[in-house]
Design a protein around this ligand. Sequence first.
Ligand code: PLP
Length: 232
Amino acid sequence: MPDLIHNLEAVRQRIALAAQGAARDPRSIALLAVSKTFPADDVRAAYAAGQRAFGENYVQEAIAKIEALADLRASIEWHFIGPLQSNKTRPVAEHFDWVHSVDRLKIARRLAEQRPDNLPPLNVCLQVNISGEASKSGVSIPEAAQVAQEIAALPKLRLRGLMAIPEPAGGIDEQRVPHRQLRELFERLCADGLELDTLSMGMSSDLEAAVLEGATIVRVGTAIFGARDYSN
Ligand SMILES: *Cc1c(COP(=O)(O)O)cnc(C)c1O
């Protein structure tokens, strides 16, 4: 746990330094702490250190954690960032504040249908397969504008922006390329009239590149909570 507090502070400093390098206000970059595979107690410790937004990838694990932390629910933001199958949209629509991984219209329609009326609109990002990898989910750059317009028209959802998980790259210059492509797409969609404010990009190994290219949410797991163990 002391590690966790120290790590969180180190990540905040990385964001602040990168923001300074980009002449950006560090407060314009939100830190999403990706707590997948880590227990509710770790989330509680990060919360005690001031962290409020948490990202989860697996529906069952996330719901169990959200329930274990029900006492903090009103002041935590839960973000779903993992691959989403259409038969799992309902618990996500019911329990989360954000979904970053909307990768097709069908998923957005189901989330809109299943979002409870007593909750505020679900914040969503359209996931873009920026490197065009066959194995990655996300819409392609050419199809993004059409899908974004259709999602923006759905009730009970608020399309906030775009999300991407670029292929790992070595140096910061290479890392900036896909982040720049996502930002340029974001700017085209805004110019087309969509009111977007969110670029969800950058993880433990490339958050500086993402901040330099305009990220407004960086999603950081390993650098805060440590290496993940998938064995259980
Ligand atoms: C796991 C995950 C992260 C965090 O990755 P780290 O490299 O551990 O920082 C960010 N975004 C998504 C979509 C993830 O699945």
